[in-house]
Design a protein around this ligand. Sequence first.
Ligand code: GLU
Length: 301
Amino acid sequence: MSKTLGRLPAFQALDADMITYRGRFAPSPTGPLHLGSLVAAVGSWVRARQRGGVWLVRVEDIDPPREIPGAAAGILKTLSAFGLESDEPVIYQSERADEYRAKFARITPQVYRCWCSRADLDAFGGIHPAACVAPPDPSRAPAWRVRVPNAPIGFVDQTFGPQAQNLRDEVGDFVVLRTEGWFAYQLAVVVDDDAQHITEVVRGADLLDSTPRQIYLQHLLGYSTPAYLHLPIVLGEDGRKLSKQDRARPVDRSDPLPALRSALAFLGIQTGGATSRIDDSLRAAIDQFDASRLLAVPRES
Ligand code: GLU
């Protein structure tokens, strides 16, 4: 027990970053914002506002072949039209390669070069085994994979409850630096969530099964693990997840209310139909959003 009764000893000094809720929305600029990404944007924003916290936007432009010129600027403009503005300057992953390289250097004992093709991995059900199965090919750059443990990695999702995944059996050693020289999403997202002191990650449930990989990298890098809240996925008429790459219909920033109402209804928030203002709708969201009831919201698809 500390003897400094009535006064906090220095090591317990309160660190504002540790007590302030910090959330983020991290779109990849692979196309315009659609209803599914609007749900993730609004869901993460509402959660931050309910906690009196900070909401950040981070552009995940780390995959040039999949990016659409102008999409990042378009997404930011659309967010603005929906009343969603980053509380701090927007960061761009394309400008952070030095940071990722420095963190990659810290995990070198756990990474190895790999020349495997997708076809090589078919024999293993797509799950990379504990070593590269293709012969080294000095004529082309390798990818770099991180070795994963043979043990379950668990976390409690705020929507979906307890989750566990054995990376060895279900994912395999995964790529952290791609053969083209770009850092992989899994590494970049972990480095940035830590650098931005994110306390809770709110995003679509399509990333639920990436979370154990991210928790593992956090562990290797000595980071703390944020809370996770995954949102149910918005499905298109064909029953598939809406995706920017599949050209899902963009939300209309010149007339944002209908899409905002749809996104809020998806999150279980009633705007009463009468309100014709963005800020009233967002206020209703702050009053009503309840993560514990997300799975019970009636939805058409
Ligand atoms: N950039 C990812 C996407 O647009 C989201 C990543 C995340 O939220 O962790 O799907």
